[in-house]
Design a protein around this ligand. Sequence first.
Ligand code: ATP
Length: 210
Amino acid sequence: MKPLALFGGTFDPVHLGHLSVSWEAAELLDAEVRLMPAHVPPHRHAPTASPAQRVAMLRAALQGQSRLTLDTRELEREGPSYTIDTLRQLRAEQGDRPLILLLGADAFAGLPSWHGWRDLFDYAHIGVLNRPGIDAAWSVELAFEIASRRVSDPELLHDTPAGKVVELEVTPLEISATRIRELLAEGRDPRYLLPAGLFDEPSLLAPYRH
Ligand code: ATP
């Protein structure tokens, strides 16, 4: 069975960086990839768009292909979206299927601030996606924890359900939702940083325009 990879985030809004790196990860890992919007992100400011608006944008963005899908379980749960809880639930559903948590290099560098981060490896592998223009230095505790887990061949993640870390060389795209929100707030139209579907329905980007 193909591994199941989960790409979590606020997706406020979903942009071509998210879509391109998760698409390439699906290819490199030969995995099913689900984009999983977070409800109340424990480490960050509240999103500008509501959960329903972020899901509407994701649905519009994912149209026309079937390799990347949407998993809204975290939005359906009350309270903060702790990844460890989501992975426990997925493990119970998926049996021994390899699970892979996909994280951009910035998110991976911040892993030690996550609730129960060391336990994540009991439930999933981690795939780290390179991301330009950000500080992604690893702390000593992160480097120490992953030293024995790192593998260079993504294929090795097919052999066990959880516990390894692989760095995935995806095409670097310096796109962030923060920058896109700024452009939209200034009245600009970042058409080629966002999936075309977001421009088809004017209400989708309305939360970011002033
Ligand atoms: P914001 O600017 O609001 O912080 P973001 O663009 O970082 O948003 P998120 O929804 O916070 O997007 O990111 C979800 C996941 O996608 C994180 O793991 C993040 O590292 C990763 N990610 C986002 N943009 C890119 C990119 N251009 N390249 C690689 N990974 C990315």
